[in-house]
Design a binder for this molecule. Structure first.
Ligand SMILES: Nc1ncnc2c1ncn2[C@@H]1O[C@H](COP(=O)(O)OP(=O)(O)O)[C@@H](O)[C@H]1O
Ligand SMILES: [Mg+2]
Length: 286
């Protein structure tokens, strides 16, 4: 029986950035007919058996419209509820409140004044992707103008202490399919690079990586906590990516939990990763 899977991009990247090259033959070998479509295109998404967000990196400026579209797609995996929760980084505060050692995060809603840390810090949009709008400030700097600029776009601003391990060790991205660990990759520091040509995301320096045990264990805790907050089973998450940095004391700290449209690093993974993903898509339909 042929089923249809749609990988979803955006107008600027209608077929993603190339990371899914191995995923398409893997899905086809498991009986899927696969196509790409931009989320805001005229396309019969309702007819597909699985609709999978992959490169919808233009949603931050159109989040309400994007979430309405997500709600309209019956076979969206991850689901619209997951996407709604995950497209506002205020979820980091929920994870902190659940007792997880996340990078300390303060949300500054439009209309309220920000207080800035006395150490080096980052100000970024609560709704953002691809490092857009994220800026790094020296200890004691006044970042009010940047906060105001983010507020002018209609979203809260987030303030976090700058994690300087990002410059030396980078970030580790741990990837899960159907709630089960698949592979990991490393990412260089972003807030000193320049925007790539499309303006949608910063070009990332990626490499294959093997996370240490403490980081693995923490990422598992993050998935458990997020699933509990969402009221779902981990297996209901077709894909998840936990981005971890090291705090000043050397302990791992999640910087992000990506459940919307993360790059999954297939190009950095072992060749079986694409088949694990395809198998997880079948699991979602069962
Ligand atoms: N608190 C922080 N400390 C150090 N670097 C940060 C911090 N927050 C963000 N960055 C840098 O900015 C990049 C983008 O921020 P992130 O929170 O991952 O948002 P997104 O990837 O959704 O744009 C990160 O990959 C990291 O390089
Ligand atoms: Mg990120």
């Amino acid at each position: 029986m042929t089923r249809t899977a749609v990988l979803v991009g955006c107008a600027e990247l209608p077929k993603g950035d190339g990371d899914e090259a191995a995923v398409i033959p893997a899905l086809e070998s498991l009986g899927f007919s696969v196509s790409w479509a931009p989320w805001d295109a005229q396309f019969d998404f309702a007819a597909a058996d699985a609709v999978i967000l992959r490169a919808t990196w233009d949603y931050p400026s159109r989040r309400a419209e994007f979430l309405d579209w997500c709600e309209s797609v019956p076979a969206l995996v991850n689901s619209a509820d997951v996407v709604r929760w995950n497209t506002d980084k205020a979820y980091l505060v929920e994870l902190l409140d659940a007792g997880l050692p996340v990078v300390p995060t303060t949300v500054v809603p439009p209309g309220s004044a920000a207080r800035f840390p006395s150490t080096e810090f980052v100000v970024k949009p609560s709704v953002g992707a691809g490092s857009r709008g994220a800026a790094r400030f020296a200890a004691g700097a006044d970042a009010a103008a940047h906060v105001a600029a983010l507020h002018a776009e209609g979203h809260p601003a987030l303030i976090q202490p700058y994690q300087s391990s990002v410059d030396t060790d980078g970030e580790l991205a741990l990837v899960y399919f159907g709630g089960i660990y698949s592979h990991a990759f490393a990412k260089g520091a972003m807030l000193r690079s320049t925007m790539d040509g499309s303006g949608l995301y910063l070009a990332e320096q990626l490499a294959k990586a093997e996370p240490p045990a403490d980081t693995m264990a923490l990422a598992e805790d993050v998935l458990d906590a997020a699933s509990a907050l969402l009221g779902i089973l981990r297996a209901e998450l077709l894909y998840a990516r936990v981005d971890v940095v090291r705090g000043a004391d050397g302990r791992p700290l999640p910087l992000e939990l990506e459940l919307t449209e993360p790059s999954l690093g297939f190009r950095q993974a072992d060749p079986s990763a694409a088949m694990r993903f395809a198998s997880a898509v079948r699991q979602q339909l069962a």
